[in-house]
Ligand binder design. Sequence first.
Ligand SMILES: NC(=O)c1ccc[n+]([C@@H]2O[C@H](COP(=O)([O-])OP(=O)(O)OC[C@H]3O[C@@H](n4cnc5c(N)ncnc54)[C@H](OP(=O)(O)O)[C@@H]3O)[C@@H](O)[C@H]2O)c1
Length: 383
Amino acid sequence: MGSISTGSPVGISGIGRIGKLLAWVLSARKEQKEIVISTGRGTGKRIEDLATYLAWDSTYGKYARFVHGYRTDSAIEIIDGSVYMNGVRVIWLNDPKHRVPGTIPWSEHGVELVFDTTGKMLDPAANDDNSLRGHLNHARKVVLTAPFKAKNKGTPVPDDSVTVVGGVNFDRYDPERHRIVSNASCTTNCVAPPIKALVDHFGERFISYSLTTVHAVTNSQSVLDVLPKDGDSDTRKRRSILNNMIPTSTGAANAVIEVVPEIRDLGIGSQASSIRVPTSTGSIVILDISLMGEYDNAHIHDIFRTYSEKNPGIMKFSTEQLVSSDVIGSTYSTIYDSLFTHRRTSKRGEQYYTMVDLNFWYDNEFGYVNSLMRLYDRMCGRA
Ligand SMILES: NC(=O)c1ccc[n+]([C@@H]2O[C@H](COP(=O)([O-])OP(=O)(O)OC[C@H]3O[C@@H](n4cnc5c(N)ncnc54)[C@H](OP(=O)(O)O)[C@@H]3O)[C@@H](O)[C@H]2O)c1
């Protein structure tokens, strides 16, 4: 099995928010001559429509500026019917049969590794053409840009599949064994690193935590109110994101335990919730922790200062008064807002307890795509 060959064309299934930004970053790095994008359908009426979609972005601005700075007019060309991004050729698979992972001819184009960014195929145990595993008919490995979700609750994760988060459990990825890799969610990438740092530092003195992500909008939400689908359990998801803060469920509590199993082993209590808000990207996790003992802010800061020094690129230790737009374009998985830490100590009998309110920013789109690149480097045997 082994590592992915550096320079082999990368496959991307689906070019929504995550897939498109992945194409941006890969083509900016320019390690491959080709990127293979599968949409399984046409886009607009002409190849120029695909080029325009890739060239402009309502959140991040112009691709040319992203790649070359503000002086450049264009970094996207069409040559002989193919789109080129920064000189990297896009091989576009737009036939309806390319909608089904098992029938996408990845290997014909030299693709070894596919990023499935469709959000539609989440079960690593499913084993038919129209599943995540289907990609393995014609590629060596697949990365899921979301947490695994078994169709039949309780189905164990197969032996060749693993969930990893940079700065937390990258060492669990075994290049000889693992073919299906989940990079977890953006929220898990934001919150698992600090929780891992806290667990390692406090051990049994860490009693419990509760996290809330105040999360930017995604395309799974409605612009205006729509009729809930038959069987929808979370009907708030069908409410207008233009007009509302929308409480919604998140799988982050389980996902964090998956990558930091010490939480279960030590019996640390945990809970997670999410509120979607009308910003295009840029999110924050509010992490409230409960500790046995008396600790001041300096003690807490030291934990994250040390962690961020040991894990450069993953956590940033911020001493700035940030708001959400400041983190748009951040490549970090998580940004510790050291100026917004609040703590209070109480005493019961002879025992002291400290509650701390911690805050971690993340660009849920761009920060996440950069976490994918760290995983990619790992899978190429470089990190
Ligand atoms: N947005 C974030 O902040 C974020 C962060 C981390 C992880 N994620 C995860 O990443 C995944 C994608 O999120 P996203 O925000 O990029 O979603 P998105 O903008 O809705 O993009 C998904 C894309 O996949 C395409 N697609 C669906 N089924 C397909 C198929 N069978 N073959 C090819 N293309 C297909 C969709 O196009 P059609 O119109 O053709 O269906 C759409 O363009 C989700 O699992 C999400 O949870 C998202």
